[in-house]
Ligand binder design. Structure first.
Ligand code: GLA
Length: 345
């Protein structure tokens, strides 16, 4: 029997690269989404056809990942077999409006969707959190991207119009209602990137070096003053400083959003962007300019979102001024484009 499942893309409002350093994140589901239909097969073949991707791929459950667009699908089927949800391959068709390489979790959406479809096909009672954990394994162990758990949890669980305050250590989370006066607008910078291009892994290695230097697995829980005082390499200090301060900004943002203080949230977004630019060094000049102009044109705050080195920014904008703001920003940045907006009701 064929099973069809849809998952949203996500934007991270604040808390970047904290999810593999023991910290909190604040992602939110978008209206762009991915839908997949999965039909289990008796043999070992995996056939994937994807509109908006690269056509059709014919693979098998014995294939290793090879940098192909269909790797996440193959990894998902292998994981579903390991979980006892499938016995063999599958015929898969995918339709997606989540732009790939944009920091909006198109890969996590594909993996989570296929694992949920396999769960339904098997009539299994695995929880959404268990699905997210399994989906991260596909990225880490099969595809070879050393990502954290944020994208998988957001895509598997969060609903459009609300944010998810997630402790990535315990996987406990709560829903944060977003102010109805402001929109969270996602603008693509025009620069795409891939988590598999090595720069994400480089940051992960630098964080591992910082963990060794400080003797902790939880860089985010370090006291920023202790980070300043330590006798360590300057790059390691900058990476650790980003993690420790970004984690605190997530908590402050949750408080600001819950009390409707969009000015304070905007200031935290701006501080987060500066930390990503200067301490984590994951931005690009074109993205810095886009963020700066987003604020100059009247956004309460703006920042790069996702893994970095390209992709999207997210801006918090007064709903009444939004269309004027967007028009002015896109006129100044012709390569940028509107992707999605969260407009809580
Ligand atoms: C990517 C990864 C996430 C997270 C972000 C940065 O989206 O998949 O696990 O690390 O980058 O915050």
């Amino acid at each position: 029997m064929a099973v069809t499942v849809t998952s949203p893309g996500r934007v991270n409002l604040i808390g970047e690269h904290t999810d593999y350093n023991g910290g909190w994140v604040l992602p939110a589901a978008l209206s762009v989404s991915l839908t997949a239909t999965l039909m289990p097969r008796e043999d070992r073949r995996i056939s994937v056809s994807a509109r908006g991707y690269s056509g059709t791929a014919e693979r098998t459950i014995d294939d290793a990942a090879g940098g192909d667009w269909s790797d996440p699908a193959v990894g998902s089927i292998i994981e579903a077999i390991n979980l006892g949800l499938l016995k063999g391959g599958a015929d898969i068709s995918v339709q997606s409006s989540i732009p790939a390489g944009s920091g909006l979790s198109s890969s996590a959406a594909l993996v989570v969707t296929l694992l949920k479809a396999a769960r339904e096909a098997a009539g299994s009672s695995l929880s959404d959190t268990e699905i997210a954990v399994a989906a991260r394994r596909v990225e880490n162990d099969y595809i070879g991207v050393p990502c954290g758990i944020m994208d998988q949890m957001a895509v598997a669980i969060s609903k459009p119009g609300e944010a998810m305050a997630l402790d990535t250590s315990s996987l406990e989370y709560r829903v944060v209602a977003l102010p109805k006066t402001h929109d969270m607008v996602v603008i693509h910078s025009g620069k795409t990137r891939k988590l598999t291009d090595g720069r994400y892994a480089e940051r992960k290695e630098e964080c591992d070096a910082a963990k060794a230097a400080f003797g902790t697995n939880h860089l985010c829980l370090l006291d920023p003053e202790a980070v300043e005082a330590a006798d360590i390499d300057e790059t390691v200090r900058r990476r650790a400083r980003h993690c420790a301060t970004e984690h605190r900004r997530v908590h402050a943002s949750i408080e600001a959003l819950e009390s409707g203080d969009t000015c304070q949230f905007g200031a935290l977004m701006v501080a987060s962007h500066a930390s990503m630019r200067d301490d984590f060094e994951m931005s690009l000049p074109a993205i810095d300019a886009l963020v700066e102009d987003a604020v100059e044109q009247g956004a309460t705050g703006a920042r790069l979102t996702g893994g970095g080195f390209g992709g999207c920014i997210v801006a918090c904008v007064d709903r009444a001024k939004r269309s004027e703001w967007q028009e002015a920003l896109l006129a100044k940045h012709p390569k940028a484009r509107f992707v999605d907006a969260i407009t809580p009701e």
